[in-house]
Structures are given as structure tokens and as C-alpha cells.
Design a protein around this ligand. Structure first.
Ligand SMILES: Cc1cc2nc3c(=O)[nH]c(=O)nc-3n(C[C@H](O)[C@H](O)[C@H](O)COP(=O)(O)OP(=O)(O)OC[C@H]3O[C@@H](n4cnc5c(N)ncnc54)[C@H](O)[C@@H]3O)c2cc1C
Length: 308
């Protein structure tokens, strides 16, 4: 590392004080158990903390990225330079108008479960969804016919200039598993979100929630995964194509293509990003050769944060 960069990092570490960890391995925070060290890591427990850390990084010219639950990202084995902020501010408040206001670090499944318990429908599809509200909004996450865009009515975001803005759902430009923030290197940060729910029969909601949970348990392999690796191509299923290509059980660098669901790649213990990427390439090349169908990753493959 050159001297100027070392000084930038040291100055930021000093500014951030006790909340920062240097050279912190990210794998323990990631659902799939992969990821080298972050040069600087802050697990932010409040909205003010998120804003203050990013402000400090901006002022000291240190590159930064914000993540939530790390359930949809493949982090590099070499780790990430600069500052990584894990948004874990997680306050949840229901109001009298059947809305729920949540900080973006709250678990999406928790918000869904609490809504069901209160007899409020709209987010029941998310009872088993891994990850945070922020990640779910960025991806317009969805399942069982529901999606974020169906209930989000407002959000607060931090823009790249450090200003806090209230935005309407249309601002996100939601499409299938897409918002304008996807791929934006998280230079825009979602701070909190509001969902409009609807009163429903509590027993029926609880039954639906149980059905969705059971369906996930039946169809999704257990273990450390990133969920579906590839998007389903039009009119087909990525898992079906990978299975038909004979790739179930293929192994690389501590990962195996699941015997139960071929779109899930499972960390067998010492999985590496390199191993996962090799399986991605194997699946893409084999499926295109055999069936002429290109497979596009659904997970986000994170690359090193560039210094300006
Ligand atoms: C077993 C399993 C099952 C899954 N099932 C589904 C499913 O049914 N449907 C579905 O849609 N997805 C599914 N996923 C994928 C994943 O759960 C979702 O995409 C989830 O919403 C990601 O949230 P996260 O907090 O983990 O995001 P992360 O992985 O932390 O981040 C994802 C992206 O969002 C950005 N980001 C995160 N928080 C913020 C924020 N506050 N502000 C700005 N940017 C932010 C990050 O920079 C990154 O670009 C599944 C994953 C697993 C492991």
C-alpha cells in the first residue's frame, strides 16, 4: 500500500474510533461464509452512525461501500479495500394507518413476521427472505407472487453528496428484481423505508406464512448458500438447465452444485469465491454449449473497491 493511502486509512480509522475494526474478515458476516478482510469495517447500529461513517470516508477520500445482510453478494477472497459499512440499524415501528416504518438494516423476514402477527397483509411473501430491508429494496426482492414494489410507499436515502432525501416508490424505477440502485456501487444508501399494509384475517395470514416457510424448506437446500445463483431465462429455469447439463454434484474450491436444486451452490466448509466463480463459468459454458441458453447471474459478484 502506498504511503498516501496508508495515511488516509489511518486517519479514517482514527476518526471512526472504537466502532471500526481494521482488516476484519468478512466471511463470518456473510451468509455464504466467503469474503476476505475489509480494510476498515463498521457494523453500524444506528442511522446516524451510517451517515457519520460515510461522511468521514467522503471527507478523507477513502472509497466505501454499504451492505446489509450480505446474503446476495459474493465477496472477493482478497477482501475489500477502503471502508465497508454493514447497515444494521433495525428499528421497526407500526402506526395506526397500518403502515410499518423500518430502518434499512432490519431483517426483512422479521418485518414480515411481525406484520403477520399483527394481522397485517402485504409482506407475508417475505417471511423466509434472508437479508435486510435495504438489500430487499435495492433488488426489488420478491417471492410467491409478491415483491417489494407492491407495498413500499416511501423511503429515505442518502445521496452521493451526503444529503438525506425522501423519495417516492416511482423514484426507484422498480422492475423484476431490479431498482435504479442495483449496481450503483451503493453510493446511494437506503436509510429507511415505509410499507403500506392491509388488515387481514390473522389466522389466514399465519397459514400463508407457514405454507411459504414449508415450501422454502422443501425446495431449498440447507447449508451456506447465496440462494439462486442465476436468473431464470425467459420461459425456463436455470436450475433445470444446469441439472439437464449433468452438473449436479460438480465441485470446485469448496463449493458443490446442490443435488437438491442445481441453481444453489453450497459451501462445503472452506468455500472460496474463486471456487464459486469457477462453477459459475462451468455452468454458463456447459448450458450455452448444450442448449444455446445464456445464464445471467442473479447474485452480485463484488469486485475490489477502486481508489480514485
Ligand atoms: C437461501 C436464500 C434464499 C433467497 N430467496 C430469495 C427470494 O425468494 N427472493 C429474492 O428476491 N431474493 C432471495 N434471496 C436473495 C437475497 O435474500 C435478497 O436479494 C436480499 O434482499 C438481499 O438483502 P441483503 O441485505 O442481504 O443484501 P446484501 O447482500 O447485503 O446487498 C445486496 C446489494 O444491496 C446493496 N445494499 C444493501 N443494503 C443497502 C442499503 N441500505 N442501501 C443501499 N444499498 C444497499 C449492497 O450494496 C448490494 O449491492 C435469497 C438468498 C438466499 C441466501
Amino acid at each position: 500500500m502506498n504511503v498516501a493511502r496508508q495515511e488516509q486509512i489511518a486517519a479514517l480509522a482514527q476518526r471512526l474510533g472504537e466502532r471500526v475494526t481494521r482488516d476484519a474478515p468478512l466471511a463470518p458476516y456473510a451468509g455464504v461464509g466467503v469474503g476476505g478482510p475489509a480494510e476498515l469495517l463498521v457494523v453500524a447500529r444506528s442511522r446516524d452512525d451510517v451517515i457519520a461513517c460515510i461522511q468521514a470516508a467522503r471527507e478523507l477520500d477513502v472509497p466505501w461501500r454499504v451492505f446489509g445482510g450480505l446474503t446476495n453478494v459474493l465477496l472477493p477472497d482478497a477482501g475489500l479495500r477502503g471502508l465497508v459499512v454493514l447497515h444494521r440499524a433495525c428499528a421497526v415501528a407500526f402506526d395506526a394507518e397500518h403502515r410499518v416504518h423500518v430502518e434499512a438494516g432490519a431483517g426483512m423476514a422479521r418485518v414480515a413476521r411481525e406484520s403477520v402477527q399483527r394481522g397485517l397483509g402485504g409482506l407475508t411473501w417475505a417471511v423466509g427472505l434472508p437479508g435486510s430491508v435495504g438489500g430487499a429494496v435495492v433488488n426489488n426482492a420478491g417471492a410467491f407472487g409478491g415483491e417489494i414494489a407492491g407495498s413500499l410507499v416511501a423511503a429515505t436515502v442518502l445521496n452521493p453528496q451526503g444529503e438525506v432525501l425522501d423519495v417516492a416508490p416511482a423514484w426507484f424505477g422498480f422492475a423484476y428484481r431490479y431498482s435504479r440502485l442495483k449496481g450503483a456501487m451503493a453510493q446511494w444508501v437506503i436509510l429507511d423505508a415505509t410499507f403500506q399494509l392491509k388488515p387481514r384475517d390473522p389466522q389466514r395470514l399465519a397459514d400463508k406464512a407457514a405454507e411459504y416457510t414449508a415450501r422454502r424448506q422443501r425446495t431449498q437446500p440447507p447449508g451456506k448458500t447465496l440462494g439462486s445463483t442465476f436468473k431464470n431465462p425467459p420461459g425456463d429455469y436455470a436450475g433445470r438447465l444446469i441439472e439437464a447439463a449433468g452438473l449436479k454434484g460438480a465441485r470446485s474450491g469448496g463449493f458443490v452444485i446442490s443435488e437438491q436444486h442445481a441453481n444453489f451452490f453450497i459451501n462445503e466448509g472452506n468455500g472460496t469465491a474463486e471456487g464459486y466463480l469457477a462453477l459459475i463459468t462451468l455452468a454458463q459454458e456447459t448450458v450455452v454449449r448444450q442448449f444455446g441458453v445464456p445464464l445471467e447471474p442473479e447474485i452480485e459478484i463484488v469486485e475490489e473497491i477502486p481508489y480514485a
